[in-house]
Design a protein around this ligand. Structure first.
Ligand SMILES: *Cc1c(COP(=O)(O)O)cnc(C)c1O
Length: 376
């Protein structure tokens, strides 16, 4: 097996993959309607539940062909009972995406907005639930990837349940990295896609959640033909297959990625991401960068650094310098402040971050940006 050029992706997904995962895509052509292929998906679906410690009698996973946003779409459009409202607990770009999905489907919703650098005020969440008994679904984001803030999902989930609502959480940027316990964390549905924590490729996304609620949702309005959770679940239960053509090669790669996930282990993998994250923060601190999110509120996977007040600062130029040398950095997602992000996803370790900061510092110096960086 020839090794493939290794790029260090510090963007928030897709992530750096191993060569064994890359090569797992190269398989003899197969029609995904063969029994052999359906058999592969059964184990895959069970593994996806086990990653969040779900009891297989109670929880299941449902696969979709698409990028991660398809999961948010599926959960919101499929899990809202008739005559009920969605409550989005929103402190960033990815929860705003859920609001846009509500708008797209013409669903009634409350957008309970909080500052991007603060966690949601739980008293306000409770007050909103109390004053709006027609809220049927509460949605939030675990790690707001736009900034890297960690939201208190267990507490929000407890409130959703206290007021009889279904709780869906966008865990796309924590799943298979930061440990999650679906039941203890009060999650009815969580989600991710193969190109993030699992370190495989884009094209396979999945919702992990409560079977009993999926079965109940059979009677909820069907607002989408392709993206309905119950219909896809029912097809899996009957046939073991996806209703429409699955992303065949991505599924082979994901199965290999899962083998590597279990071999590394939940605890060791989270420890590795933490090492990477700490190295990123140490590197940013040394260069004088300020960050958007206070250390105690960070989810431990995304650092959001604020652009320095230097006339020579030019994100594009710094990006291009690093990119040409195999390191990808990524702009931020906050409308009010110029930021860039460095993320601890993927098959990378501390040494890669040390290598990155050598190149990053060179990028600053060669663009005549003052080091340590300056702020007004
Ligand atoms: C990456 C990500 C998504 C999915 O984005 P796609 O571009 O559709 O794959 C959704 N939610 C969060 C929190 C994410 O980090």
């Amino acid at each position: 097996m020839e090794s493939v050029k290794r790029n260090i992706l510090l963007n928030p997904g897709p992530s750096t993959t191993t060569d064994t995962v890359k090569y797992a895509q190269i398989v003899p052509d197969i029609c995904p309607r063969e029994k052999e292929f359906a058999g592969l998906m059964k184990g895959l679906r069970e593994d996806l539940v086990k990653i969040v410690h779900g009891d297989l009698n109670k929880y299941t996973s449902v696969l979709f062909c698409g990028s991660g946003t398809i999961n948010i779409d599926v959960c919101i459009n499929s899990l809202l009972p008739a005559d009920k409202k969605v409550l989005v607990v929103n402190n960033g770009a990815y929860s705003t995406r859920a609001v846009e999905i509500c708008e797209g489907y013409g669903l009634p919703y409350i957008n309970l907005q909080f500052p991007v650098d603060e966690t949601p005020d739980l008293n306000k969440v409770e007050e909103t639930l109390k004053n709006n008994p027609d809220i049927g679904l509460v949605h939030t984001t675990h790690n707001e990837t736009g900034t890297g803030i960690l939201n208190p999902i267990r507490e929000i989930g407890a409130l959703a349940h206290k007021y009889g609502a279904i709780f869906t959480v966008d865990t796309t940027s924590t799943y298979a990295m930061r440990p999650i316990d679906i039941e203890k964390d009060n999650i009815d549905f969580c989600m991710a896609s193969a190109q993030k924590g699992l370190m495989a490729f884009t094209g396979l996304s999945f919702v992990v959640g409560n079977k009993e609620i999926i079965e109940r949702s059979a009677s909820f309005p069907k607002r989408s033909y392709y993206c309905n959770l119950y219909l896809q679940y029912e097809y899996f239960e009957k046939t073991g297959e996806m209703h429409f053509t699955p992303p065949v090669q991505t599924i082979y790669a994901t199965i290999q990625a899962l083998k590597e996930y279990w071999a590394e282990g939940e605890e060791a993998k989270w420890a590795r991401h933490t090492r990477v994250f700490n190295a990123i923060n140490a590197g940013l601190d040394e260069l004088g960068f300020r960050q958007v999110i206070k250390p105690e509120l960070r989810a431990g996977l995304v650092s959001s650094a604020i652009y320095p007040d230097d006339p020579n600062w030019d994100f594009e130029k710094v990006h291009d310098y690093c990119y040409e040398r195999g390191f990808t950095i990524y702009p931020g997602k906050i409308s009010t402040t110029g930021t860039f992000r460095l993320c601890a996803l993927g098959a990378i370790d501390e040494a890669d971050i040390k290598d990155f900061f050598k190149v990053f510092k060179e990028a600053l110096v060669s663009n005549n940006i003052q080091v340590p960086v300056v702020y007004k």
